[in-house]
Each structure stands twice: as C-alpha cells, then as structure tokens.
Design a protein. Structure first.
Length: 457
C-alpha cells in the first residue's frame, strides 16, 4: 500500500501567518511531546513515521512548497511535484501517473490519499491501513473513511451510507453524498448514520490509470506534467467519487478536526500567546500569535484572535475568522518565506515616481548552507552583514566576509554566498520596478567551488 499526502492550499484562511509560500500546514503553532513548536505537516509526518508508513509515503505538492517541505520534514521525503495549483482531481491524477510510470507501482496495489494537515490521533492511521484489506474484501472501486459526527456541523461534507448494508468490520456501502448542509439538514443526516467526509480515499492504482486512459490523458508523469495546465480545475470528489457506484466507507470514531480556520486552530494550541506581547487577565479565550519583534498588547477583549506577521495584522472575533478570505488583498507577494537554506523577511518595499523599486530584506542563512550563484539583470544590491561569517564569490573572486562588512553588488554581477556560521544579512535591492530578471548558474556550493573560484583574497 502506498500513501499520498496532498499538500496544497493558497494560504488564505489563516492570514496573515499563511500565504502562497507558507500555507496553513507549515505554521509552527502546535506542540510536540517535547514542548517544541511544530507545524501540522511535521505532526502528521511524525505520526506516519511512528505507524511504520513513512517508507511507503509520498507528498504531492506544488513547486512553491518544495523548499519549505524539505526544511520541515527533511530532504529525503519523496515529493511528487505539480507544475501549478489546479485542484484535487488533477493532483491525484498526477500522483497516480508518477506512481505508475516513475515509481513503477503495480496497478493492483492500493493507493490511499489524504490531506497533509488533519488533526487526528495516531490510531487514525491504523484505519487508513485497513483500507487495503477492505478494498480486497469488498471489491469496491473506492474506499473512504467517514468520521462519526460529534455535532451537526454545516462546515463539512457528509457521506450517507446505504441503510441495512453493514459489511464485515463495520464497513458500510455508500448511498450518496451531501456537501455542506445546513445545521438543520445535518441533524437529519446524522439520524441516517451519515459521517463527515474527511478527504481520505483509497483505490487500486489501475482504477485511476483507467480513468486517465478513458479521458484521453497520458498516464506517463512527464507527459501529463506537460499537459497539466489543460486539466480542469475540479475536485476529486466531483470528478471521480460522485461518479463511482461501488464505494464503501469505514466509520472512524476517534478524534478528528480540520484546523483550517483561526477558531479551530486555536482550540488545539497549548498556549494562548506565541511571541512578544501581553494579554490582560480580563481577556477570556483570546489568543495572540506575533511573529514580529514589536510587542503587541491585548486588553479587555474575549474570544478574539490577534495574529501579527510581516504580511499584516489580523484582529478578529473567533466566530468570524472563517470570513478572512473574503476581506484580504492577496495580490502582494509573501513578506516572509522559509527556505532550505534559511529564511527571507521583507522589511520594506517602496516604489518611486522615477520608476525605481527599493526593497529591504533581512536574510538568514544556516551554517553550512549557501545562496545560489546568480545575477540580477536590472537591480543592484547592497549587503550589510549583521551576524556570522561566510565565503563570498563575486564574478569568480573569492573572499571571506563577516559581521560588519558592507558589500556592493552591481546589476549583472554574479554572486553567491556560503555561511561558515549562522549568518544574517540586511539586503537593500534597487532598480527598475517593472523588471527583476534573475539568471542562476549554479545552485550547490560544490558546483560554485568547481566553476567559479578564480582569485583568493
């Protein structure tokens, strides 16, 4: 059995901490057993590893999330890369083509798909492992996991089983689906033994390969990647699940929650405050998450989330927090990004009447890691090293640099940097506001060392 975790999301519902470069599953606001702050994806991957499933698991993700995934779960985790974000049907189809044509998985092998960010107990993954036997036992085309509802929620889709068709191990055949009913409708559905749809699907790999063939789509990963932009933006539920007749569902009675909004996420946070600030004692059920060094004071307000990051500031009643995606302008780029080599924080971004753009960044580089060897064609940079030591290569000239050095890098100048110790740099980048073409020659320091060292100072 192979497990594929879907890691997508546009980063809207947990703004301002989440953005296009750092979706909700990467926010380090949960705690592990050692009281360290971890993200949802780190928590889930740890659970998968403890269940012995890590060696047969993959993460399907977009290009923009590759670096942060490597940073948070390690570079050895196999990734299936989507060229662009489209929806769950294209993502699952691409994953199936990868397993079939690249990983050479047998078409009869069972594939389980699940989101990368469910908040569940560890034995949830034991239920996922049962799906393999369930498909073999029932000859179903799809096997799902349905969460037994704890209240009549209008936030989730529902799986309605056929009445009187209980199979072995408590498995039920599926009658139909209901997408996000009203609370009144949900009460009636629960009386029909309906379950929340938690987005877990299992199938034989050949089932999806046959669907691709029937649609005239290539089953080779490289060819499907080339046509990916032509695939419809549609969910797997609408394109496959609701058109499949032979479906079974395994009821799950353990703890399960979608941490997709601030009100649900804060329910699972161990502390009311992360970051600098004060919450007065007359605040009840109020959370402060502050990623800036500026202290934030919250006085006399209850049931509120205050979230502060370089991308913006959010003050919201918890019950209103799901509406954030309707009110925020997401056209600006992310102001904070995690990279494999460190992180980037935008401190200031100004555009002037003469057409110049001036961007000030704070960049951190981990010890032993490096920036690529590249050049900006239309922008110059001034670096002020504020912490650490490193090795700089500029147009093939090698030099040692350290805290206090100021380095001018004109446009069209090749440059790269390796940190000998943890480094931080203030970068002021200026140039034409409409263009920032980058030409990258080498990514690794071994390539830079081999091709670029001419003079040692």
């Amino acid at each position: 059995m192979k497990l594929v975790l879907l890691s997508g999301g546009s980063g809207k519902r947990l703004w301002p901490l989440s953005n296009d470069a750092r979706s909700k599953q990467f926010l380090k606001v949960l705690e592990n057993d050692d009281r360290e702050l971890i993200s949802m994806v780190q928590r889930v991957w740890g659970q998968i590893d403890r269940c012995g499933l890590a060696d047969s698991s993959y993460i399907a993700t977009g290009k923009s999330q590759v670096e942060i995934l490597h940073t948070q779960v390690g570079p050895s985790v196999p990734l299936i890369i989507e060229p662009e974000r489209r929806d769950t049907f294209p993502a699952i189809a691409l994953a199936a083509s990868y397993l079939y044509s690249v990983a050479r998985v047998d078409p009869d092998e069972i594939i389980a798909i699940l989101p990368v960010d469910p908040y569940v107990e560890g034995h949830f993954f034991n239920s996922i492992q049962q799906l393999e036997e369930i498909i073999q036992m029932t000859s179903a085309e799809l096997a799902l996991i349905g969460v037994k509802p704890t209240y009549p929620s209008a936030k989730y889709g529902y799986i309605i089983p056929r009445q009187g068709e209980l199979l072995e191990s408590g498995v039920m055949r599926v009658s139909h689906f209901q997408e996000k009913p009203t609370e009144v409708e949900a009460v009636d559905l629960i009386e029909q033994q309906a379950m929340w749809n938690c987005g877990v699907f299992a199938f034989r790999l050949g089932y999806i390969i046959n669907i691709l063939n029937s649609k005239g789509l290539p089953v080779e990963y490289d060819k499907l990647t080339e046509q990916y932009h032509k695939m419809p933006k549609i969910s797997f539920d609408y394109e496959v699940v609701e058109k499949t007749n032979n479906i079974v569902v395994l009821p799950y009675e353990g703890y399960w929650k979608d941490l997709g909004t601030w009100n649900t996420l804060t329910e699972e946070m161990k502390h009311y405050q992360i970051g600098k600030g004060i919450i007065s004692q007359d605040c009840y059920n109020t959370h402060l998450v502050n990623e800036l060094e500026i202290p934030v004071t919250v006085l006399g307000v209850s049931n509120v989330v205050v979230a502060v990051s370089p991308d913006g500031i959010l003050v919201t009643d918890k019950s209103a927090s799901p509406r954030i995606k309707d009110y925020v302008n997401y056209d600006m780029g992310p102001m904070f990004e995690e990279k494999e080599w460190g992180w980037i924080r935008i401190l200031d971004n100004d555009r002037y009447n003469d057409g110049r753009c001036v961007i000030t960044k704070r960049i951190a580089i981990k010890e032993g890691r490096n920036l690529s060897y590249l050049m900006h064609l239309y922008r110059e940079e001034v670096w002020t090293i504020v912490k650490g030591e490193g090795e700089l290569v500029q147009n093939g000239i090698y030099m040692n640099v350290k805290s206090g050095n100021v380095i001018h890098i004109p446009a069209k100048t090749l440059h790269g940097l390796r940190a000998s110790s943890d480094m931080e740099i203030i970068v002021v980048q200026s140039g034409n506001s409409s263009e920032d073409t980058i030409m990258e020659l080498y990514n690794s320091w071994s390539e830079i060392s081999e091709h670029c060292f001419n003079v040692t100072i």
